[in-house]
Design a protein around this ligand. Structure first.
Ligand SMILES: Nc1ncnc2c1ncn2[C@@H]1O[C@H](COP(=O)(O)OP(=O)(O)OP(=O)(O)O)[C@@H](O)[C@H]1O
Ligand SMILES: [Mg+2]
Length: 583
């Protein structure tokens, strides 16, 4: 069926990708026919104009507004604007507003019935609805765009690609598949694609003159590192281009929460240091629209700051912060700095917070150091040590402070490459991936995969507390039988097989529970690091004998298929299958 899914997808007229980012989201598409003549002929919506501003962008903020009945109202800039209006009229209290919620899926353990906390206090909604409605909005927007353009393409003509961070756990990826299903994108027409893989693919297609810097990207070295610096995460993969143009992963995806949003948080921390947590809490609770303004302001300032900038940076901070401060402390906001360690470095009058440029540059330091530290460690890996090209993609790659820091650290020995539209590399690459998913031929297993078994008890190996007696035999429960070990190279389409014998005679079914673990050698499926992925129920034929079930784990382009085979003498084998996203 995995193969079947692929052929169903191949028959579609168009590939459309949704990049659901932490800070910004968007879509892009291209027709199968156009791809054949020019793969880079990809359409992107260019009219995410915010109602109140003339700003035009290719992506729209990842935020969504629901009314009091939890009915969808708006997404993106429109949601920001409407929520802001509601807040100004003090009518926002019964609405539900969510922003930057993607990273919630990274928190572990992820539950299927996860609820998200609305920005309006004490209100929650199911994460599945929030993600599902967001994807649905982007999907419907795209369909409407197609209609306006006069095409006759409908949803069923589209092969959808949804991007996810490579460092996400399997269950978060599965969650996105379910959210897409909620949005009306069925599994058969959906491919989940890893963000840095998409970006890597995009760079392969891009002509050399579309890169910044002195690039010989497609020349000498076929090994390169892709660093996707988004709003939420820094996601890193290392690829080697094969002679046939396909890509092999040299190191499993890694990274951390060091995207552009980290800087926003550091600025909020600075404000808290200045006026106190309770002032910020009260201000944020009573002035929702102003909170939004602060974030917009930081966004603008973040994009204009240069590493060599000196003098002062002026940040507009709504007067309501000062008002709240005055009301709570009976002091003037101007006074807050005097006598503090920021005296002489920061002044705050009315709605203008002026700070020395180096203080603002400091807000980037922590995330930047963590990223560089991480990359430095990666280069100590023997597979990665010889990599001489670093490709920076994602919106935060445009940040000059970061670029300079990367140059200082790695520029001597390595080439740093930034494609022209770094912030769109993932989105466009995802479209390319949909046309040709087989471009990625080998990955490193991100987890150890296995199945629960109940082997005979051996006191030298197992704890007596796990001993059970079944059908007169002492056995051990919940043992992790390893099929694939973390970091093992996997060719797409490769199968790993094993055998499982029933533990009782006349057993009617065998329940195979599939687990993933971050450990290389997990012992029990109940270990803290083991995670249940799903199950395959194998119905067994009548038999007085104990039966052998042959199990294969097959790594497809985007999904893991588990296949169990039973054979009754003289009969055709019976096959049971289940699918999991494993990327
Ligand atoms: N010129 C710039 N200078 C500094 N930061 C920038 C610049 N342009 C964009 N950013 C930052 O990049 C981030 C957005 O990048 P991008 O659109 O790639 O992220 P995303 O896809 O929303 O997030 P993720 O990939 O982590 O889910 C924001 O934090 C934004 O502030
Ligand atoms: Mg992104």
């Amino acid at each position: 069926m995995a193969a079947l899914h692929q052929s169903v997808k191949r028959q579609k007229l168009m590939v459309a990708a949704i990049d659901f980012g932490t800070t910004y989201s968007g879509y892009a598409f291209s027709f199968k026919e156009d791809y054949k003549t020019n793969p880079l002929q990809i359409s992107i919506n260019q009219s995410w104009t915010a109602g109140s501003r003339s700003l035009v962008s290719f992506k729209t903020p990842t935020c969504i507004l629901f009314d009091k009945t939890q009915t969808f109202v708006a997404f993106g800039y429109a949601a920001e604007d409407q929520y802001s209006e509601l807040a100004l009229d003090d009518n926002h209290g019964d609405h539900y507003y969510f922003r930057r919620f993607k990273m919630k899926l990274m928190e572990k353990p992820l539950q299927r019935n996860l609820y998200l906390e609305s920005e309006t206090k004490n209100k929650q909604m199911p994460a599945k609805t929030v993600f599902g409605e967001s994807i649905k909005y982007l999907k419907d927007h795209l369909l409407k765009t197609l209609e306006t353009r006069g095409t006759t393409v409908v949803n069923s003509d589209i092969h959808w690609v949804l991007t996810v961070p490579a460092i996400w756990k399997d269950n978060a990826k599965q969650f996105m598949r379910e959210a897409a299903h909620y949005a009306g994108i069925v599994s058969e027409q959906l491919t989940i694609c890893l963000e840095p893989e998409a970006a890597s693919l995009y760079c392969q297609f891009l002509p050399l003159d579309k890169f910044k810097g002195n690039v010989t990207f497609k020349g000498s070295s076929s090994k390169y590192m892709v660093v996707d610096l988004g709003g939420g995460t820094a996601d890193i993969t290392v690829h080697e281009k094969q002679p046939d143009g396909s890509l092999k992963e040299l190191h499993e995806a890694s990274g951390g929460p060091w995207g552009g949003k980290y800087v926003d948080e550091k600025f909020m921390e600075l404000l808290i240091t200045l006026v106190g947590q309770d002032v910020i809490d009260e201000f944020a609770e009573l002035n929702k629209a102003d909170v939004l303004d602060i974030y917009r302001e930081i966004e603008t300032k973040k994009q204009t700051i240069k590493p060599d900038m000196t003098g002062k940076v002026t940040i507009k901070v709504p007067v309501s912060v000062g008002d709240t401060y005055k009301q709570k402390t009976k002091q003037n906001i101007k006074k807050v700095i005097e006598g503090s360690r920021f005296e002489g470095k920061i002044t705050w009058t009315g709605d203008k917070l002026r700070m020395e440029a180096d203080l603002f540059q400091d807000l980037f330091k922590d995330g930047k150091d963590k990223l560089i530290d991480h990359l430095d460690k990666l280069f100590h890996d023997k597979e990665v040590a010889g990599v001489t090209t670093i490709v920076m993609v994602g919106g935060f790659s445009e940040c000059e402070i970061l670029q300079e820091a990367m140059m200082d650290k790695f520029g001597q020995k390595r080439k740093l490459v930034i494609p022209e539209d770094a912030g769109l590399a993932v989105l466009k690459g995802a479209v390319l991936y949909g046309h040709k998913p087989q471009t990625i031929v080998q990955r490193k297993a991100r987890y150890t995969y296995g199945i629960n078994i109940t082997p005979a008890y051996d006191s030298r190996e197992y704890s007596p507390t796990r001993r059970v007696t079944i059908d007169g035999v002492d056995r051990v429960k919940d043992v992790f039988k390893k099929y694939i070990e973390k970091c093992q190279p996997l060719r797409v389409g490769e199968a790993v097989t094993g055998r499982h014998v029933t533990i009782k005679r006349n057993q009617r079914e065998m329940l195979l529970k599939i687990y993933a673990s971050v450990d290389a050698e997990p012992k029990y499926v109940t270990d803290r690091n083991s995670e249940f992925l799903g199950k395959v129920v194998v119905e067994l034929p009548d038999s007085e004998e104990r039966l052998t079930v042959e199990v294969s784990m097959i790594f497809g382009e985007t999904e893991l298929m588990v296949e169990a085979r039973t054979q009754n003498p003289g009969q055709a084998p019976r096959i049971h299958r289940a699918y999991f996203d494993f990327l």
